[in-house]
Design a protein around this ligand. Structure first.
Ligand code: NAD
Length: 274
């Protein structure tokens, strides 16, 4: 199956479906990422926090896939906010990945009470201008954080990676992203075991289309225009999560999935995490 792509605001193309490696232990990462690349994923989402950039980089190197066919994302962790610290953190991530550039570098959390994200963003602008990241963006940014970055620096993030699944559809934040020209990327797209996949409406829509609940939820994201990065360490599910094309959810399906909203998060709230 061919993975659709989105075009970021600087013209760079990004696969709309990638593979997330949060909580994959470093010693398993090379094997798991290799399985994902063999299954057909070309986009991998890691972070300094995950402590598996080295395993990710080894899988990329061993794959033999041309570098320009891959899309590697990593993120700056919370302890590395600040201009100089961010530049050093980026160097460390790049060295661990064993790459000459990443495709996307993200500020992992805004940490509004520390108020260093604008300064940190200036470091990402420099990394971008040096060609060491093909695109730069943010994660867990709220509308006011996005507006401040664009007003004070003039560089609009290419991507905002946020918690987003049928329980938390993030309508307002997706609208702000769209208004500013920012692609919304969904983390925990399957709701990370929060029961969405077992909902009667999801299983019946899945039956109707001859698909699995995970495929239906990922399809819902794609039809909303979100980039998704589901995670699994199970080879059959790694393959299953690629099966998101060749069918279409109708308006009734989309409406039924909209009813699953509860506003419940699986992760922290961006305004209060510091
Ligand atoms: P997810 O929604 O991708 O759920 C993953 C879990 O769902 C798996 O551990 C597995 O138990 C289950 N699962 C996966 N495929 C399945 C299938 N086909 N059928 C049934 N169950 C299945 O949650 P996640 O891992 O939290 O998020 C995905 C990625 O998002 C992470 O790996 C990471 O890359 C990223 N992420 C980013 C942030 C951030 O702050 N930026 C936070 C969390 C996660």
């Amino acid at each position: 199956s061919t993975i659709p792509e989105v075009t970021l605001n600087n013209g760079i193309r990004m696969p709309q479906l990638g593979f997330g490696v949060y909580k994959v232990p470093e010693e398993e990462t090379q094997e798991v990422v290799t399985a994902a690349l063999e299954a057909g994923y070309r986009s991998i989402d890691t972070a300094a926090l995950y402590r598996n950039e080295e395993g990710t980089g080894r899988a990329v190197a061993a794959s033999g896939i041309p570098r320009d066919e891959l899309f590697v994302t990593t993120k700056l962790w919370n302890t590395d906010h600040g201009y100089d610290t961010a530049l050093r953190a980026f160097d460390t991530s790049l060295a661990k990945l064993g790459l000459e550039y990443v495709d996307l570098y993200l500020i992992h959390w805004p940490l509004p009470a520390r108020d260093l994200y604008v300064e940190t963003w200036r470091a990402l602008e420099r990394i971008l201008s040096e060609g060491r990241a093909r695109a730069v963006g943010v994660s867990n940014f709220q509308p006011e954080h996005l507006r401040r970055l664009t007003e004070e620096t003039g560089t609009v993030p290419a991507v905002n990676q946020i918690e987003l699944h049928p329980r938390l559809p993030q309508r307002e934040l997706r609208e702000t992203d769209a208004e500013l020209g920012i692609v919304t990327e969904a983390w925990s797209p399957l709701g990370r075991g929060n029961g969405v996949l077992e909902e009667a409406s999801v299983t019946s829509i899945a039956q109707k289309h001859g698909r699995t609940p995970a495929q239906v939820v990922l399809r819902w994201h794609l039809q909303l225009g979100n980039v998704v990065i589901p995670k699994s360490v199970t080879p059959s599910r790694i393959r299953e999560n690629l099966g998101v094309t060749g069918f279409e959810l109708d308006d009734g399906d989309m409406a039924a999935l909209a009813e699953l909203e509860t506003g419940t998060r699986v992760g922290p709230h961006p305004d209060t995490l510091n």
